[in-house]
Design a protein around this ligand. Structure first.
Ligand code: ZN
Length: 62
């Protein structure tokens, strides 16, 4: 049984379509944008940021 939940969101970095995964067994939330390589992993229990990567705005065409 697959517990992970996936949501379509807007990337907070570039505004393109991104995905947010809730990894329920590890209590992590992973936000990933394929357009700008934005990555954010937070603990959904404590809200702590586990890993974050923001490439910045380089004028990617939308
Ligand atoms: Zn993005």
């Amino acid at each position: 049984m697959r517990l992970d939940a996936k949501y379509a969101i807007r990337c907070p970095n570039c505004g393109s379509h991104a995905e947010r995964h809730h990894l329920l067994d590890s209590q992590l939330t992973r936000t990933q944008c394929p357009t700008c390589d934005y990555l954010m992993v937070t603990c959904s229990r404590t809200g702590n940021v586990i890993e974050a990567y923001s490439p910045g705005l380089y004028g990617y065409p939308h």
